[in-house]
Design a protein around this ligand. Structure first.
Ligand SMILES: [Zn+2]
Length: 142
């Protein structure tokens, strides 16, 4: 199981994270799944519904935003294959909040942002029993 992404979208996610600092950014990963691997073709920023509350360390994509993201993907023959969000001043690994609110199957890219600079980027999939996230490999494609 791996997540394929091109360098341009990968850099975009880092740029969104740096731009939003010290707040969190979040958005959709749109693409396709083939043979268990997912491939990201479009990164789509989502409205961060928690911006005025606790966006320093929590992201939330509302059901409304999710439907819009899904429609955007379907209109282009793609699916929502995951989400990205930033962890300002924190490591690029899922928080307790992420575990509580994550959905199985989807890929979760997390970018750590420190002093406005994007650092580590990782990708995770929540186990079906929702006990923990498993780290997945990020593979660069052209
Ligand atoms: Zn998080």
């Amino acid at each position: 199981m791996a997540l394929k992404i091109d360098k341009e979208n990968f850099e975009l996610i880092k740029a969104y994270g740096a731009e939003s600092y010290p707040l969190e950014c979040c958005g959709f990963l749109l693409g396709k799944q083939n043979d268990g691997d997912k491939e990201v073709m479009i990164t789509l920023p989502a409205h961060n519904a928690r911006v005025e509350q606790e966006s320093h360390h929590r992201f939330l994509i509302t059901p409304q935003a999710f439907l819009e993201g899904e429609k955007f993907a379907n209109d282009r023959g793609l699916d929502v294959v995951g989400f990205y969000h930033s962890h300002p001043n924190a490591e690029a690994r899922p928080s307790d909040y992420d575990l509580e609110h994550g959905w199985p199957w989807y890929s979760y890219i997390i970018v750590s942002v420190k002093s406005q600079k994007a650092e580590a980027v990782t990708s995770w999939v929540l186990q079906d029993d929702r006990v923990k996230f498993i780290k997945e490999e990020i593979i660069f494609v052209n």
